[in-house]
Design a protein around this ligand. Structure first.
Ligand code: AMP
Ligand code: MG
Length: 530
């Protein structure tokens, strides 16, 4: 076992600030910041902050001793009120395309980075407080975050990790001890809500927008510095030996890697039924991590056109089924930025087209793994397309349907009763016929595979989760937390550590969305207000 650290002997570094250009103006006021990757800024002091949840796995990731949680210095650190002596907090400058339009400078408007922890086995991990007060990038917002959105970010980061989906992590969730004014639905009803702070953890929080901002300003020197830094620290095998410049070929290979990891990310989202909700380029991680949990949601009934984001209700730009197309659009924006550094537009274009082709092949192959098909072939495509049609024609719970599909037997004709339980409405005769017909083709395909039903089911249950952070489950934890009861946060955190394993006594958490949650704010409708 690795030795665990206390806060006092935690190995820290500040490579981001040491190696990249910083803002020369020290004043913490909203403004445009030029020629800099970051601005130094102190988090706000919260005298009454209270720790309400911690992820033990992230403590371990950081080599922190579990007892550290009881140390009041831990709460002071994670509320931003008293940092460790070696920490030099800063907010990053970035821009972004929001809903298809260039939005100019955005930046860490309510996130403050504390620096890097050098871990024994997981490289360097940046700690970032979200909701800890204003920065030069706050524009006209307040720099705070509310409890409801912080609970959602805390729980979902950890749930995604345990599902095997690349993500930023969450170490802690704190009440700031102050209230924040929010108009939750932007309909003229502002209310005071409890403020909260999440400590996020990732090897890097760089986004596509971090590069776009310099390209938009024609600042090739800063762009190059940032790309070189990214390659040096996060794509080290592409970084040249001492004294040599990063080659054009390495830039292209780096861009291809970013395309690859983004593609992998989207395939995971599609597999587990996650809808990010705000895939603006400022919310696209350069490492292909799920980042910035805002009005995200989980698919209950399978619907490619579903978005949880009320701000996107009109165009459904960021709907479940559009995520690959949008990721590609975002990669085009990144390519446009990288182009300032890499004149070879044809090569960049070729990488983008290759990424698109790959998705066309990998998406059905991913669905095939959910069906337990071991060797996907082009001939399986009609079976997959027919399934998508079937799932879209009735209201069918995605998680339950795929999980229960594992109970189908090769022989026999019967529809396994649990599969019927995935339907939100009683089956009309047409739907019954469609399901039976599809199951017949499915069984035919399964019979080509030399394995028994139990083996196949076991494999399928490794990619089809039993438990996901259903929108209404998160909302129940939020409702209780607003009454001062944080036990449901803890229960969900524990449950979602083993999303692929049946857990005794937890049947309630596999139930499909109850009727009351269908149209309830927070369950199926979320705004960007957080
Ligand atoms: P998001 O939609 O959460 O990705 O945020 C888009 C931009 O708005 C980012 O630059 C955020 O830092 C900023 N932002 C969002 N909420 C706040 C807030 N309450 N205070 C300051 N900046 C914010
Ligand atoms: Mg964001």
């Amino acid at each position: 076992m690795m030795p665990r650290h206390t806060l006092q002997d935690l190995p820290l570094a500040n490579a981001f600030c040491d190696e990249l250009p910083g803002d020369s103006e020290p004043l913490n006021r909203s403004r445009q910041v030029h020629n800099a990757c970051y601005s130094r800024v102190q988090p706000q002091f919260f005298a009454d902050a209270k720790l309400i949840a911690v992820s033990p796995e992230v403590l371990a990731l950081l080599d922190l001793d579990a007892n550290v949680v009881a140390d009041p210095a831990f709460t002071r650190l994670l509320s931003g009120s008293e940092l460790l002596p070696a920490m030099q907090p800063y907010a990053c400058c970035y821009g972004g395309h929001q809903f298809g339009h260039w939005a100019g400078q955005l930046g860490d408007g309510r996130a403050i980075n504390l620096g890097e922890v050098i871990t024994a086995t997981s490289g360097s991990q940046t700690l970032q407080l979200k909701g800890s007060g204003p920065t030069p990038y706050s524009r006209n917002a307040d720099g705070y975050a509310v409890l409801r959105s912080s609970i959602r970010e805390f729980l979902c980061s950890e749930a995604m990790y345990h599902l095997g989906v690349p993500t930023t992590r969450a170490l802690s969730l704190l009440l700031s001890g102050e209230t924040v004014m929010r108009d939750m639905l932007y309909d003229g009803h502002p209310e005071r809500e409890p403020g909260a702070i999440v400590c996020r953890v990732a090897p890097s929080f760089l986004r596509f927008g971090s590069y776009e901002i310099f390209a938009s300003r024609g600042d090739k020197a800063r762009l190059q510095q940032l790309v070189d830094f990214t390659i040096k620290h996060h794509f080290a095998d592409l970084y040249p030996a001492a004294q040599r410049e990063v080659s054009q070929e390495s830039y292209l290979r780096w861009f291809a890697r970013v395309c690859d990891s983004t593609l992998t990310l989207i395939l995971h989202w599609m597999r587990v039924g996650f809808v990010h909700g705000v895939m603006n380029t400022d919310n696209m991680s350069i490492l292909g991590l799920t980042i910035d949990y805002g009005p995200y949601g989980w698919i209950d009934n399978f619907d490619l056109n579903w978005t949880p984001n009320t701000t996107d209700a009109q165009f459904h730009r960021y709907a479940y089924g559009k995520q690959a197309e949008i990721a590609l659009w975002n990669l085009y924006q990144l390519a446009n930025a990288v182009h300032l550094l890499v004149p070879a537009a044809a090569e960049l274009g070729a990488i983008l087209r290759q990424t698109e082709r790959q998705y066309q092949q990998l998406w059905p192959a991913m669905v095939a793994t959910k069906l337990g098909i071991t060797h996907y072939q082009a001939a399986d495509r009609p079976l997959i397309d027919a399934l998508i049609t079937l799932l879209s024609q009735s209201e069918i719970d995605m998680t339950l349907f795929f999980r229960h599909l594992g109970l189908v037997t090769c022989e026999g004709e019967a529809v396994p009763p649990p599969l019927l339980a995935a339907y939100y409405q009683p089956l009309i005769p047409e739907a019954q016929t469609a399901l039976a017909a599809w199951l017949q083709s499915y069984r035919q395909r399964l019979r080509q595979q030399p394995e028994n039903d139990a083996q196949r089911c076991q494999r399928m249950w490794q990619v089809n989760p039993q438990y996901v952070l259903r929108n209404y489950l998160a909302q129940q934890a939020i409702d209780l937390a607003h009454q001062g009861d944080y036990s449901e946060i803890e229960r969900l955190l524990t449950l979602l550590k083993q999303p692929y394993r049946e857990q005794p006594g937890m049947q309630d958490y596999t139930a499909k969305r109850p009727d009351w949650a269908r149209q309830r704010v927070g369950c199926s409708m979320l705004s960007c207000s957080s």
